[in-house]
Design a protein around this ligand. Structure first.
Ligand SMILES: [Zn+2]
Length: 81
């Protein structure tokens, strides 16, 4: 009979990465609440334009409009390489 014990030996877990991700989400929520209090919720932090309603529906915590987010992601990719 074959054992499938090596099936459990998948990728190592990365709890630290998950933890950091959780903190980042909490920070985002806090920032969104601050912005809500300041009355500039739904305004892009980068260019000051209104973030589209569709984007806010999909990501209520979005701090950047879709265009600035694209630039940010592109920059992160370059830095990552
Ligand atoms: Zn923007």
């Amino acid at each position: 009979m074959e054992t499938s014990s090596n099936y459990d030996r998948g990728k190592p877990q990365e709890p630290l990465t998950k933890l950091i991700g959780g903190v980042a989400v909490i920070k985002k929520i806090n920032r969104a609440l601050e912005r809500l209090n300041n009355g500039d919720f739904g305004v892009c932090e980068e260019c000051g334009r209104e973030i589209s309603e569709e984007r806010l529906k999909a990501r209520p915590m979005a701090a950047l409009c879709i265009e600035c987010k694209r630039v940010e992601e592109a920059e992160e990719k370059i830095k990552g390489l």
